[in-house]
Design a protein around this ligand. Structure first.
Ligand SMILES: [Zn+2]
Length: 82
């Protein structure tokens, strides 16, 4: 079922926020998932997270409060899809 892949994508984003360094591999996996999953595409448009994490703004330049609120929302999404 698709939900497993969705959860994996959320976990990857969470890990990237925690570690502070996105990798090309993870970002590419996340992007290719978003191409095929409208649920996640909508979620990330809402979250604004992908543009921040895999886009032009590197996580170290995110403020702590911005990072905290993104992680909180990722955790909430993970809880909902469980
Ligand atoms: Zn998905």
């Amino acid at each position: 079922m698709a939900a497993t892949a969705c959860k994996q994508v959320l976990r990857d984003l969470y890990r990237i926020l925690e570690e502070g360094h996105p990798t090309d591999v993870r970002c590419r996996q996340i992007r290719s998932h978003l191409d095929t999953c409208s649920a996640c595409a909508n979620r990330f448009r809402e979250l604004d997270a992908l543009a921040l994490i895999c886009g032009r703004i590197p996580p170290p330049e995110l403020s702590e409060s911005r990072k905290r609120s993104l992680k909180k929302r990722l955790r909430a999404s993970l809880a909902v899809s469980r």
